[in-house]
Design a protein around this ligand. Structure first.
Ligand SMILES: [Zn+2]
Ligand SMILES: [Zn+2]
Length: 331
């Protein structure tokens, strides 16, 4: 009576793997996600380069530099969709398989109107769905100067996924421009989303822009410093203005204050301390912030309010300091 079922089960027992189709986007890029838990950075890599340039043994996260074998970079959302698809195949029931296919195509449709990007939310990194109309202008497409691998991302990222090279000076100006773009997305978001949702997302994007600005400056400094001194700076040294300035003073005889003057450096100090609050204190002002930044506009316990004009000012100042520094260090 259960012969057929028995046969099906035996067949299943012999089945080792099920192929799940992964489609590239209209430009030929496929989604990847950093497997490192605190990072989970989402990016895209050109399908051809993933097959021809990237090596199976090691792939690098463009954002945090984490290294893992090529098989570890499937986005979690894609793995989930694949599991549904595979389950649909296993049950061998037309209905279920069709349902899985319908779910997969629905997911693709959703992907077309919303784009999942990595954001720091409440001090934790998380993937957030942003309307494509808003996210696409922020996407930075680049190719590695060393190995030619084509990849793209939203936000701040500097390592080639294929060879791991730090490409900060190659992408720095572009990154600053996408940060300015992000600061100007308020209207699109208000038109696309409900008012409450839009305000939350605008705030998140502006806060992310502050963090991305510091990160892009950090990666640029790391690359310049390594090139200039032949040494690797202490991890995250360039996240701290004073520590970074001291390193340059020792290496080339110029501190940051010599490059942009005290007034601009004081303003930069405020932005750097704000990044610290956003990354570690959920943006809540503490006494440390007031003491270190000299910012008198907040009282202890208040939450930071990042305006788009501040994001633009921060980008301008960072670009000026980076330009002066690059002039001194040499190409
Ligand atoms: Zn990562
Ligand atoms: Zn490369």
């Amino acid at each position: 009576m259960f012969e057929n079922l028995q046969r099906e089960l035996e067949k299943l027992g012999r089945m080792k793997e099920i192929s799940v189709p992964i489609e590239s986007d209209s430009e030929g890029y496929i989604d990847k996600e950093c497997p490192s838990e605190p990072c989970l950075f989402l990016f895209k890599i050109h399908d051809e380069d993933w097959s021809n340039i990237v090596r199976d043994e090691e792939v690098f996260c463009p954002s945090c530099g984490h290294m893992a074998p090529a098989k570890s970079w499937y986005p979690r959302a894609q793995v989930e969709a694949a599991r549904d698809y595979a389950l649909g195949t296993i049950t061998n029931s037309m209905n279920k398989a069709m349902r899985a296919d319908a779910a997969a195509s629905k997911r693709l449709q959703n992907r077309n109107s919303f784009l999942s990007i990595t954001l720091d939310v409440k001090g934790e990194r998380d993937a957030v769905l942003v309307p494509v109309a808003a996210a696409e202008p922020m996407r930075l497409r680049t190719d590695c100067e060393s190995c030619g691998c084509r990849y793209s991302y939203v936000g701040a990222a500097y390592f080639c996924p294929s060879c791991g090279a730090n490409s900060a000076s190659h992408t720095f100006t572009q990154t600053m421009n996408t940060i300015r773009t992000a600061a100007g997305l308020g209207e699109i978001l208000r038109n696309t989303l409900g008012p409450d949702e839009a305000e939350v997302m605008i705030r998140t994007l502006l806060e992310k822009a502050v963090q991305d600005t510091v990160m892009s400056f950090q990666r640029l400094n790391e690359q310049l410093y390594e090139r200039q001194s032949g040494k690797t700076a202490r991890r995250n040294a360039f996240q701290n203005l004073d520590a970074g300035s001291d390193l340059w003073k020792a290496a080339i005889g110029h501190a940051y204050v010599d490059l942009v003057g005290l007034a601009k450096l004081d303003q930069l100090r405020i932005f750097f301390q704000q990044r610290h609050l956003l990354a570690h204190q959920q943006g809540i002002v503490d006494q440390d912030y007031i003491d270190r930044s000299g910012d008198k506009t907040y009282a202890k316990g208040q939450r930071l309010l990042i305006r788009d004009s501040a994001v633009r000012e921060f980008a301008d100042l960072i670009e000026e300091l980076s330009y002066e520094l690059t002039q001194k260090v040499g190409p």
